[in-house]
Write a protein that binds this ligand. Structure first.
Ligand SMILES: Cc1ncc(COP(=O)(O)O)c(C=O)c1O
Length: 427
């Protein structure tokens, strides 16, 4: 069987919800995705059957231990980690990054340089700016090309020096949707003697993520962006994690990953995250047969999850193409991102745009009134909106389809915009 949208949509109860008889169209996915019934069930089952702290000698605690072990295994499969011990859980990507940046900072000294990207969400910028302030580090900025919406091939070479100790960059932009060649960037960072910290929050819902292939030192993502509950996940290369001084409580474990998993974790969230990874595995096993060969070096769930991501990426590329073409055909609309039909494999389907004379907030409000959910503003990607020169005019409107969205939904959005924009421009 190949991709079956009806089967996919049937798994997500939120997708058939209506408000006053009007269906919901979820294009707010880059800010958070809907979850499958299996995620809901796993979370509630955890709260009923496994609601205890860890390492006790009674059944609920033992079940909690199983969930914690199980979610490390699941994320190791999804990210192709060499070991589940390299997976660290936390509240969200931002909190994990702020926390581990303190430990990484112990390896740095005044005058060391760090490279930050102007394409990134602030969660992969501010933690490092604060560290730079505290330690006297030099910040070197990696700009993107505002014509191509990509990094020029020599952009990183221009900022790397023999003092660079850390390169922080996103795998996919939450605003312009560009996919970055983080594998090449990590190789350059490594050759310069620098560590790499990859923000995969916006690539993980769309792309197969293989930390060993990327060659990074750290990679972070968030389960609620890939159809799971609100959780953050950090992968760190074992040798690097073990070198770090963990900011932890004295009785807490000394070993990875426990030494970085502060306080009591959300076990119900972990149960939900296992179900989210198992959902991808189900997609991969039932629908992505023609992609299995690509991952013949993996087995079981790991193989299915990665095959699923490739299948979903191809489906989404078509949605992204219809969306960008449709937006470009609307008078006064400027897509802020890659639009060439042949380049859809260099972007995720997150498409942002501006409209001459119309505020992004007004567009989002008008769409919201029609039960079409989108975001407007800077989406915390303030370096992007500043570089594009749209920060002072309210940022952009962001449309973020994922694999559970349909072509009909994209066309409904485009029709709504064709109706809204001319009236909003006059008003
Ligand atoms: C690219 C990117 N990085 C980081 C974050 C922050 O993620 P979290 O909410 O898990 O802290 C977001 C949130 O939208 C994001 O889009």
């Amino acid at each position: 069987m190949s991709f079956d949208l009806n089967m996919i949509r049937a798994k997500f109860p939120a997708l058939s919800t209506t408000d006053h008889g009007v269906p919901r169209i979820y294009f707010d996915n880059p800010a958070g995705t809907q979850v499958s019934q299996s995620v809901v069930d796993s979370m509630s089952q955890c709260l009923i059957e496994s609601n205890a702290n860890m390492h006790g000698s009674f059944v609920t605690s033992q079940r909690a231990d199983q969930i914690v072990d199980g979610v490390h295994d699941a994320m190791a499969d999804m990210l192709n980690a060499a070991s589940p011990d390299e997976i660290v859980f936390g509240q969200n990507m931002t909190t994990l990054t702020l926390h581990i940046s303190r430990s990484i900072g112990r390896l740095l000294k005044p005058g060391d340089e760090i490279v930050l990207s102007r394409m990134d969400h602030d969660a992969n910028i501010s933690p490092w700016l604060l560290l730079a302030r505290d330690l006297g580090l030099e910040v070197r900025w990696l700009p993107f090309n505002t014509e191509t919406f990509e990094f020029d091939s020599d952009a990183l070479d221009n900022v790397l020096t023999d003092r660079t100790k850390l390169v922080c960059v996103g795998a996919a932009s939450n605003l312009i949707g560009t996919i970055n060649d983080v594998k090449a960037m990590c190789a350059k960072a490594k050759a310069a003697g620098a560590m790499s910290y990859i923000d995969a929050v916006q690539s993980a819902p769309h792309l197969s993520t293989d930390v060993q292939d990327i060659g990074c030192d750290f990679l972070v993502c968030s389960a609620y962006k890939f159809f799971g509950p609100h959780q953050g996940i950090l992968w760190g290369r074992r040798e690097v994690l073990e070198k770090l001084d963990a900011y932890k409580l004295r009785p807490a474990p000394e070993e990875i990953p426990g030494c970085f998993e502060t306080g009591t974790q959300s076990h119900e969230g972990m149960a939900g995250t296992i179900a989210a990874v198992d959902y991808f595995s189900w997609v991969g096993e039932t629908m992505a047969g023609e992609y299995h060969d690509r991952y013949s070096h993996f087995e079981g769930r790991r193989k299915y999850v990665h095959a699923a991501m490739d299948l979903l990426f191809d489906y989404e590329a078509n949605l992204g193409s219809i969306l960008t073409r449709g937006l470009q055909a609307l008078p006064g609309v400027h897509v802020q991102g890659i639009t060439a039909p042949a380049a859809m494999d260099r972007r995720v389907p997150t498409v942002s745009f501006t409209v001459d004379g119309v505020s992004p907030d007004v567009v989002a409000e008008e769409l919201g009134a029609r039960n079409i959910f989108v975001w407007s503003g800077n989406m915390y990607a303030v370096e992007v909106t500043n570089l594009l020169g749209v920060e002072d005019s309210g940022g952009v409107v962001r449309i973020g389809p994922v694999h559970y969205n349909s072509e009909d939904e994209v066309n409904a959005l485009l029709s709504a915009l064709a109706d809204i924009l001319p009236r909003a421009a006059v008003a």
